[in-house]
Design a binder for this molecule. Sequence first.
Ligand code: NAI
Length: 715
Amino acid sequence: MAQFTRISGSVGLITLKNPPVNALSAVVRHGIVDTVQRALSDPQVKSLVICGQNGIFCGGADIKEFGTNITGPPLIPMIHSIEAANKPVVAAIEGSAFGGGLELALGCHYRIAHSKAKLGLTEVTLGLLPAAGGSQRLPRLIGVPAALNLITTGRHITAAEALQLGVVDQVADHNTVDAAVKFALSVAGQSLDARRISNIQCPPVPDVDALFEDVMQKVRQTARGAIAPVACVQAVRAAATLPYTQGMQREQELMATLFTSGQARSLQYCFFAQRVVGRWSMPSGARWDTTKSRPINKAAVIGLGTMGRGITVALAQTGLSVVAVETHEKQFIEAKQAVSGMLERGAKRRGTAPPHDKITYSQNLQAVADVDLVIEAVFEDMALKKKVFRQLSAICKPNAFLCSNTSTLNVDEIASETRHPELVVGMHFFAPAHVMKLLEVVYGQRSSPEAVAVAMQLGKKMGKVSVAVGNCRGFVGNRMLKPYRDQAYFLLEEGATPELIDAALEEFGFAMGAFKVYDLSGLDVGWRVRKEEGLVQPGGASRIRQGHRYSPLGDLLCEQGRFGQKTGRGWYQYDKPGSRDARPDPWLHGFLEEYRARHGLVARRISSNEVLERCLYAMINEGFRILEDGIAAGPEDIDIIYVFGYGWPRHRGGPMFYANMVGLQIVQERLEHYAQAHPDVPTLQPCSLLRRLVASGCPPINKWREVIKKVHSQL
Ligand code: NAI
């Protein structure tokens, strides 16, 4: 709702009330329309201030209403009537003004923001565009280039940047509503013609066509198939080239196509999935978000390689004291330098001081004796991890939480080396750990709800999206990656090239194709693991391991010293070691031909559709097995892991949501088709949960949990 009060004699104060973020629900819109009308017809009111209760202006439209029959006064005429008011209306922006919230503020004649407020036209992140006049007003207010930047990215800006761009007129350090009231008093009676943004024209741009061509090209490149950023550019173009009313028409047309698109549904699903993931409960029924967590003030990181360095930086940036331990002299010296550099760069970006003093470096494990929590990031070697955990258990406080950043190993086995296995969990970060948003928190059989809660909350404090997962080889993310990568290898054997496969995956929307990712992360990493597992045979003579199809292609490349970007050669060639510009390599094509000839394989033409179906459906099938095994609590958990940790295009919702969109029956049929063609690849056999869902009429994704529960109760 919205409340109207008259203060300071002649200022009408309208307060939006809809916790938690004062979203513009039908009731709130009703409230605004009523209160504005009352204020305008009250002769004692000379000017108006609109604010939100509890220090938040407005978080935007009420997403819960999307796709429902709930109706109320539409936003556009409501904002128009505010703009057309003959008394000045001032928006007092505290907390946040996002999406429709900022569009409402743009309909006001003046905007005053608190110095800590955040503003943004965030609609694009939900697959939409600012369609309550935002795409038409913002460019008129701040110019086309700046508006394009904000609208196509949906990024949040600070009050300081908003002031500099001209989005707001004033920034207040203290009570924003008071400042707005004072301001409203001072402008009462003044002409509003120049303050009605829809009346003004966009500041002229020298060569509109060239500007938009250039922007469109860039946006298409970064959008990776997302249609909303492209529609945003088209809407802003309308603002720059058409009169306001025609621009508004264009805005509405573009919005109509976006609103009903699968992409908007996928993005809105991701928005809600993130919340569902935050409410996870353990199979025991204990909920981490309601379990009492202990505060962590001092943490330790063991092993300052790629991961340990990033984790140290992320912890220090959170404000924690960190003891960083590395036993190898050369690594120790390099790591100190690297961490300092990362802190400096981070601080520069944020405009803060680098938190060097938060970190104490040591080459001795004894230095962790008084920490509350340890994150181990030594080599991926079970014997070594066990040894480190035995030592930690003896050195650390008895109630210290001991976490491992292992990416695949058995957390229970690691925990069994400690005196308090209930305090052990996996904290699986992603590289680079100070940048990547995902954290898989792995609970073992004996992990206590408190330990899970502590790891989840620490992750949240570090700005991560934390997802709790069960313990199995590769957990959720890496476990699903295996069948996907296997298919990519098999397709090479059957006639594809890395370029063809990567192009198909990138066209689908992945940030990088499978082979580019291999080259980036290093082919030797997997090679070492496969060697340990006894899978590697020198020369790659056989293509069968343990009765199943196995491609030795990756092993053969490693034997040639082709480890990817770091050696300048991998699935692609690079100008020099460390370079990132992947170029097709004729040597590799020859190598593939020779390999096929040696194994009697006849190359055939492979379509991008087959690449997608085989790689993605094999991965999705594993996702269903993960749900069946109770490793992930629900499809949302898997999807959030893939969107935040594996470059899955958000506008496709995540692998499980994608399967739901394609249709489970189709996924099952295609898997059956490929399983028949490749009987030696068991991961292509549709798993029983998928069959069960299809047999129960392919329920929508939000009903899967019920079927999963039934499957579990029958086990
Ligand atoms: P890395 O090889 O870059 O670093 C490991 C570091 O641990 C080295 O500096 C080594 O000197 C140090 N170390 C070895 N034994 C030690 C001990 N007893 N005490 C203190 N330091 C010791 O390895 P990376 O890539 O950082 O991986 C570390 C862990 O993180 C592994 O378990 C890996 O599976 C996992 N991980 C790796 C990811 C990646 O992309 N590199 C992603 C997610 C997890």
